[in-house]
Design a protein around this ligand. Structure first.
Ligand code: NAD
Ligand code: WQD
Length: 340
């Protein structure tokens, strides 16, 4: 049987690179397309080193129709996993047009190219941020959709475009995957999350405090209605998230169907639980100060992940200790292996 070829947009990014490794290990051919706006080209070699397989890398932009045309013309692509996008919530609020143009127009260009070349199998990186704040905090796939920021709106809008495409043409197979809080790194320490500048997200911030690059963590509020007063989130190990893509793809191809699923653990953890787990696992101290709540944060957000388990047998395996250990290995190891 010939190997299936998967195009990964945003392939050198955090989630794309980990998914690429698992696809290669499962004997898919992988083509990465990335404009390197938020990642580095050496990720390609790192992915090849971990997997022992070759990857095709194209430096290009999903908004560039000519580039897309060439990619589809020159390669026998069976399916697309679409990660390319901008993802910083605060930046989306200050630069809405850039976010709509990149995330929404870019996605539309990609879907048009796919349609022209008859490639109609797609997984899309959506986010738990499409759910509104229902006051309960546990979200299943039928929960109301009501994003509260520009970034979330871009995800909601692309989801809606995909629902309309499926309604117009039943030969599309679309997987809308709503991720909760992806953290951790590949256990080899070769790839991980590499945010530019000061991290916005909790886990990379903790890692930089533990390594001494930042002096302390600001904990955004300890007066939420949660057991220790800090926010509860559903942190999911990047390896589990990547595996969720493989299972989704396999399920969609086997059953010839579309899906919308949450990818989370179903286990909420507080900010302070994550801090203490990190300290315990790495034996480093993570000094913190309680500060004001961050605008736009909700108290609780975690997944009901039961649909993914029922449909395709996928469930997360890793706990927060493993998430912290792998983050720390990447944080410390990546500095010593910049050249591979
Ligand atoms: P990332 O920034 O590490 O990866 C995204 C990649 O897309 C980057 O390598 C970037 O250079 C590339 N890119 C951006 N715009 C592009 C364009 N126009 N053309 C080509 N490449 C482009 O982010 P990530 O954490 O790996 O996220 C991947 C996807 O998952 C994003 O769509 C993000 O919105 C979504 N998501 C992420 C999270 C999270 O917390 N990390 C949660 C939910 C959803
Ligand atoms: C987690 C918890 C903070 C930083 C974001 C996006 C969401 C999705 C995942 C893409 C919260 C607290 C954080 C810090 C803190 N991304 N915190 N000090 O906000 O749940 O989700 O990433 O789709 O769209 O909004 O993740 O890691 O920023 O915060 O106390 O320096 O940590 O208040 O309770 P969030 P996060």
């Amino acid at each position: 049987m010939t190997k299936k070829t998967i195009l990964i947009t945003g392939g050198t990014g955090y989630i794309g690179s980990h998914t690429a490794v698992q696809l290669l290990e499962a004997d898919y051919q992988v083509i990465m397309l990335d404009n390197l706006s938020n990642s580095k080209a050496d990720v390609v070699q790192r992915v090849e080193k971990i997997s022992g397989k070759k990857v095709s890398f194209i430096q290009g932009d999903i908004r560039d129709d000519q580039c897309l045309h060439q990619v589809f013309q020159n390669n026998p692509i069976d399916a697309v996993i679409h990660f390319a996008g901008l993802k910083a919530v605060g930046e989306g609020q200050s630069q809405p047009m850039r976010y709509y143009e990149n995330n929404v127009s870019g996605s539309l260009s990609l879907f048009q190219a796919m349609q022209s070349f008859g490639v109609k199998t797609l997984l899309f990186s959506s986010s738990a941020t499409v759910y509104g704040d229902d006051g309960v905090g546990k979200y299943h796939e039928q929960s109301a959709l009501s994003p509260s920021n520009v970034y979330g709106q871009t995800k909601y809008m692309v989801e809606q475009i995909l629902r309309d495409i499926q309604a117009s043409d039943a030969s599309w197979r679309v997987g809308i995957l709503r991720y909760f809080n992806p953290v951790g790194a590949h256990p080899s320490g070769y790839i991980g999350e590499d945010p530019n500048g000061i991290p916005n997200n909790l886990m990379p911030y903790i890692a930089k405090v533990a390594s001494g690059e930042l002096t302390h963590l600001n904990v955004f509020g300890n007066d939420y209605p949660t057991p220790d007063g800090t926010g509860l989130r559903d942190y999911i190990h990047i390896q589990d998230l990547a595996a969720g893509h493989l299972e989704s793809l396999r399920y969609m191809l086997e059953k010839n169907t579309s899906i919308t699923v949450n990818l989370g653990t179903g286990q909420p953890h507080s900010v302070l639980e994550l801090v203490h787990a990190f300290e315990q696992v790495t034996e480093q101290s993570v000094p913190y100060q309680i500060t004001q709540r961050r605008a736009g944060d909700v108290a609780i957000c975690y997944a009901d992940p039961s649909l993914a388990k029922t449909l395709m047998g996928w469930q997360a395996k890793y706990n927060i200790q493993q998430m912290c250990a792998d983050t720390w290995r990447w944080q410390t190891y990546s500095k010593t292996i910049l050249k591979i």
